[in-house]
Design a protein around this ligand. Sequence first.
Ligand SMILES: Cc1cc2nc3c(=O)[nH]c(=O)nc-3n(C[C@H](O)[C@H](O)[C@H](O)COP(=O)(O)OP(=O)(O)OC[C@H]3O[C@@H](n4cnc5c(N)ncnc54)[C@H](O)[C@@H]3O)c2cc1C
Length: 364
Amino acid sequence: MQTDVLVVGGGLSGLSLAHHLAQTGTDFLLVEAQDRLGGRILTQETGGAAFDLGPAWFWPGQLRMAQLVRRLGLEVFEQYSTGAIVFQDPLGHVQRDRGYSSMMGSLRVAGGMGALISGLQSGLAPSRLRLKTKVTSIEDTGNSICAKLESDAGVQTVTTRHVVLAVPPRIIADTITFTPELPQIAMRSMTQIPTWMAAQAKIVAIYDHPHWRNAGLSGDATSQKGPMVELHDASPAYGGPYALFGFVGYPAAMRAEHPDEILDLARQQLVAMFGPEMANPIFLHMQDWALNPAIATAADQVSPRSHPNYGLPSLLSNLWSGTLTLASTEVAQAFGGYMEGALEAAEAAGRRVQIRKAASIRRL
Ligand SMILES: Cc1cc2nc3c(=O)[nH]c(=O)nc-3n(C[C@H](O)[C@H](O)[C@H](O)COP(=O)(O)OP(=O)(O)OC[C@H]3O[C@@H](n4cnc5c(N)ncnc54)[C@H](O)[C@@H]3O)c2cc1C
């Protein structure tokens, strides 16, 4: 099989690049290891509403995100922020009069962030997309690049001119073999770039009624006891069902061993913090990103202490004379880590693809 550009990874970056390639009439194939597109973007449908298990917000000033939601015709609404914040101390004591919402002004997308993924996907020919297909090795033969794709159907080789890796750098270094080998220093550089939020787990609790709003609470809360340490309202733009989500403060190893116990504790915590009506959610789920081998490596089981300084290190900017391009959010200069960064990285990769395409046409 042959294609001009092989896009590896069907998260927001890979899909946004695929959209650009389709629009510019560039021949491409996008391969995604998992059985769904979206990568770290994942939206759960329950009771006719959408709940984000991955990213939930973008912010004013993130112009690519604003443009994408406009182009896809999606509605944007502000994070619910009316009411007081709840605080729980290490002993479980609760205070319910702690000022106002910390996420006021953050923007959400009606239908959840998954609507970005389905919107982008619907503009692409299905023949350009391969799910459950993992790139395991890439070889520069001198005349072209050959990538091995592994799927249930077996192993297939794709010959291409340009590979864009819209995959977190640590995953690339851990799971893809390169021939000839990439310089050690480049591989080491990739392993040193933490995958943003890969260490996190999010618990979502969905209810028929917004008990916290009825009690004058915004749903914003912090806890020094856990298991959830930071909570927010996650309800849809209009009507119910209603939801809260919380980031889990327990280490990834403990979460992997005791998921059911953690959900039980989360239920007790919701009751302690917001009241007895919280005892019976219609849906309670923990989405643990650290357990996903297509997103998190062993090094990602612990979160970085602060937002890393992302961007494309110069060591990684001209691999195989520019025929191998990195494009996950982690290589974005301005908004690395965020969805805006995924779009920024895709935009930069698109420019590189067009430059190489123009150069090869000139050579003909
Ligand atoms: C819990 C959580 C909360 C977050 N909150 C926010 C938020 O509120 N706002 C915000 O802006 N950002 C947030 N983020 C970050 C945001 O999700 C990311 O910035 C963005 O989704 C990254 O997109 P990407 O395409 O760069 O990478 P990814 O989404 O990681 O996509 C990479 C894709 O590559 C695939 N892949 C990996 N290896 C291979 C292979 N060998 N072959 C083929 N495919 C492969 C993976 O399966 C994956 O689909 C959050 C993330 C998490 C996990």
